[in-house]
Write a protein that binds this ligand. Structure first.
Ligand code: PPS
Length: 382
């Protein structure tokens, strides 16, 4: 990783030739302003600190983003500023043939899929001694160190408590999630919210990838709830504004459509399995059978039936409630009591009655254009 420009005015290196050579898909402010600290990443992207009105507005609504944000070119990826500390380590993570990477835009069914896949591969007979600990300790979230570094490191200390047998002496500079990913025993089931372009280019040649997609109307409501619930984000704006942030590609890990655009054309790769949240909800057994084939787990119908039940929303929520006490420090108590915790609704179509006509119309217009270009169709209710 090399610094191309630094915040001290007299050391700034002008970047316009570098950034101009990338296609400009993002329609936000120009990325070529020379006053902003800018960094080139191992992935080839250039990360530029958000600044000015855009940053002020986002930080007013997301109290957790005090450390700032970066936007990457190409792609327009918006990420918390601490991403740049870990970006190259994530990009250079070495994958193994036995790895399964679960890749999603946030709130698309990652945790559910992690539990299904981890259970199918490690605990099909429900006798694994570690099955009871939260999924995040068994299935590392490789890019989560940037989120832990947003606030008071609560995320790290809670995770450390859960994984101290695997990472007994963590090096803070390496990132706990990265060290957990490197040290967790095979077969690894790894979570990422990053798109393909920010992961090693040979990912699909080495490991299996399961990409989970969810319709944008349920995603925006789920992400809105999550952003209010998590102290690391502390969203205090309105739902109206949140919908605008979503469709203007101003939420972290976005742009939503760009995330899909990198995954959807790869859906027929032999190491890739593309899943829709709505299909898992409509017929979990059908999706588990497909996963059984993709993963080569060779489980019986009876085993799959039991796993479908064990990973149902109700069962996962019930087990999570048991750990809720420990998670309290990370969550906004008022939001949790009033609107629910991480396991909020777990439905396809629960946006109905929650989005106003205007919000829905905005998302419809945005979706029509983008889904047609991509050739992807979502189910908005079952
Ligand atoms: S995260 O934080 O981005 O990793 O969130 P993610 O796990 O991708 O998505 C969270 C939403 O998935 C719902 N969920 C489930 N739905 C159905 N069945 C099961 N087992 C399940 N587990 C989690 C969770 O409730 C979030 O959706 P909403 O709509 O907010 O309820």
């Amino acid at each position: 990783m090399c610094f191309l420009a630094e915040s001290k005015i007299n050391r700034i290196v002008f970047l316009s030739t570098v950034t101009d050579s990338f296609p400009k898909r993002h329609k936000g402010p120009s990325l070529t302003s020379p006053q902003r600290p800018t960094m080139r990443l191992a992935s080839g992207h250039v990360a530029v600190q958000l600044h000015g009105e855009e940053l002020t507005k986002i930080q007013k609504d997301f109290k957790g983003f005090g450390k700032g944000l970066v936007r990457l070119t190409p792609g327009g990826w918006l990420l918390p500023a601490p991403y740049t500390k870990f970006a190259d380590k994530i990009y250079n993570t070495e994958f193994r043939a036995s790895d399964v990477v679960i890749m999603t835009y946030p709130k698309c069914g990652t945790t559910w899929t992690q539990e299904v896949v981890w259970t199918m591969r490690n605990n099909p007979n429900f006798n694994h001694p570690k099955a009871g600990i939260p999924v995040k300790a068994r299935s590392p979230f490789v890019d989560s160190d940037m989120l832990a570094h947003l606030g008071k490191d609560v995320l790290n200390s809670e995770l450390l408590e859960l994984v101290k047998d695997i990472v007994p002496h963590p090096d803070p500079d390496e990132g706990l999630a990265l060290q957990l990913t490197a040290n967790i025993p095979d077969p690894r089931t790894i979570k990422t919210h990053l798109p393909f372009s920010l992961m090693t280019p040979n990912l699909l040649d080495t490991a299996k990838v399961i990409y989970v997609a969810r319709n944008p109307k349920d995603v925006v409501l789920s992400f809105h709830h999550h952003s209010r619930l998590m102290k690391s984000m502390s969203y205090v704006g309105s739902l109206d504004q949140y919908v605008d942030y979503f469709i203007n590609d101003q939420l972290i890990y976005g742009p939503y459509w760009e995330h899909l655009r990198e995954a959807w054309p790869r859906r027929d790769h032999p190491n890739m399995h593309f899943v829709f949240y709505e299909d898992m909800k409509a017929d979990p057994m059908a999706e588990l059978r497909k996963l059984n084939q993709f993963l080569g787990t060779d489980l019986t119908e009876e085993q799959l039936e039991k796993i479908a039940h064990y990973t149902s929303f109700e069962e996962m929520k019930r087990r999570d409630d048991f750990y809720r006490e420990k998670e309290m420090q990370r969550l906004d108590q008022e939001v949790s009591k009033k609107d629910g915790g991480f396991f909020r609704k777990g439905e396809a179509g629960s946006w109905k009655g929650h989005l106003t006509d205007t919000q829905e119309a905005k998302i419809n217009a945005w979706t029509k254009d983008n889904s047609q270009k991509l050739g992807i169709t979502f189910r908005y209710s079952l």
